[in-house]
Design a protein around this ligand. Structure first.
Ligand code: FES
Ligand SMILES: [Fe+2]
Length: 389
């Protein structure tokens, strides 16, 4: 039996320096302003969402050559484009001419990407192709016009599993390195077996993006907020673990697979006995991505700040192998999705009230349980360090 919360060092040999000492918890958390002010969100745009790898969407959102898929990172419009050869790229979603949002809704483009305003067109690799009448009627150019410099502005973009990440500053260490602690932790899970479920959960809530992340990262609230969940996975069955310096993790020792008439979904192959039956683990990948691995499904939960007090949430689900994806298994696949939907509704009520609480002049940053809220504390520290305040 793993010792819940005693396992930080035990399960992560050699990471002692990453363990936070009790004294640190006497520090208050981030001030209310970090959750309520436009200024702070602007700082986060310049740091948290620019300098780190940020998950923006799924490769399967744009599966075919010519598919374009607009996304947003903290209010910055981007677009994912899959070229004819199958390469997925990310660009700033803005026309180089007068700055129109180039792609409004996801679609498949046949020839080139065309701006609807003055009909400038771009190849799928971002190069500017044509600029009708730009040099005067029936002249596409004028002397000195540098077409090559007017292509779409590309963004560094890499992929892990179905997850598409961008790094806006272009100088973060390689994504592979950034995610190595996650891959190491879940090395025994054969995640290539995952198949995406068409049904997903998407919503907008009235809370700062960090509150959604923090809430996902702790299980202290479970007993009171999720009585249904608590009956199958109690607070004391949860444990925390390190995932390198940037990410945080927690798990549950009492996961039970959904069952309908004695049937359940296939599980990931080659799991150790205890993983197969009972273990679910959750990792918060800094800054905005939350992942959950269960023996029979995988959760991807992304959040995107729309404003200081408004956040877009998206949950997608993956099941194991083609057999899971048959129509007969749909009801079984919907069990965990229903559970997450209900659980998330319960969470949203709480995080929206956390947001309201931050309007109080008496909120002082709050305080943390050294045992049960390490993850929240660490996440807030990472944000504060990134923002530099
Ligand atoms: S703004 Fe796009 S062509 Fe003019
Ligand atoms: Fe919750």
């Amino acid at each position: 039996m793993v010792d819940p919360y005693g396992s930080y060092q035990e399960s992560n040999p050699g990471t002692e320096s990453a363990v936070i000492h009790l004294d640190d918890y006497r520090q208050p958390g981030l001030p209310a302003e970090a959750y309520t002010s436009d200024r702070y969100l602007q700082q986060e745009r310049e740091t948290v969402f620019k300098q780190y790898w940020v998950c923006v969407g799924l490769a399967s959102d744009a599966p075919n050559p010519g598919d374009v898929y607009p996304v947003e990172v903290a209010g910055m419009p981007l677009v994912l484009v899959r070229d004819r050869a199958g390469t997925l790229r990310a660009f700033h979603n803005v026309c180089s001419h007068r700055g129109l949002q180039l792609v409004k809704t996801s679609c498949n483009v046949q020839g080139s990407l065309r701006c609807p305003y003055h009909s400038w067109t771009y190849k799928l690799d971002g190069k500017l192709r044509s600029t009708p009448h730009f040099g005067g009627y029936y002249k596409d150019t004028y002397e000195g016009f540098d077409r090559d410099s007017k292509g779409l502005q590309s963004i560094r973009c890499e992929q892990w599993l179905d997850l598409v990440f961008v790094n806006l500053s272009g100088d973060a260490p390689p994504l592979e390195e950034y995610l190595q602690p996650v891959r190491d932790r879940w090395a025994t899970y054969d995640l290539d077996q995952l198949r995406r479920e068409p049904r997903e959960v998407g919503l907008t809530c009235n809370a700062n993006w960090k509150l959604a992340v923090e809430n996902f990262s702790e299980s202290y609230h479970l007993t009171w907020v999720h009585p249904a969940l608590n009956s199958c996975s109690r607070m004391e069955d949860h444990f925390g673990f390190d995932v390198g310096d940037m990410h945080v993790g927690q798990g549950s020792l009492l996961y039970t697979r959904g069952e309908i008439e004695g049937r359940s979904l296939p599980t990931l192959p080659n799991l150790e006995a205890h993983q197969k039956e009972t273990v679910a683990e959750y990792i918060t990948v800094f800054p905005n991505l939350m992942l959950g691995v269960h023996p029979d499904y995988f959760l991807v939960f992304m959040v995107n700040p729309l404003s200081p007090g408004k956040t877009q949430e998206r949950m997608t689900f993956y099941f194991v192998g083609d057999e899971s994806m048959t129509p007969e298994n749909e009801a079984l696949r919907h069990l965990p999705i229903d559970l997450w939907q209900d659980t998330n509704d319960e969470d949203i009520e709480m995080i929206e009230r956390l947001q309201v609480g931050r309007q109080s002049p008496r909120f002082d940053g709050g305080c943390f349980s050294p045992e049960l809220e390490q993850t929240v504390y660490r996440f807030q520290q990472r944000v504060a360090q990134a923002v530099g305040e």
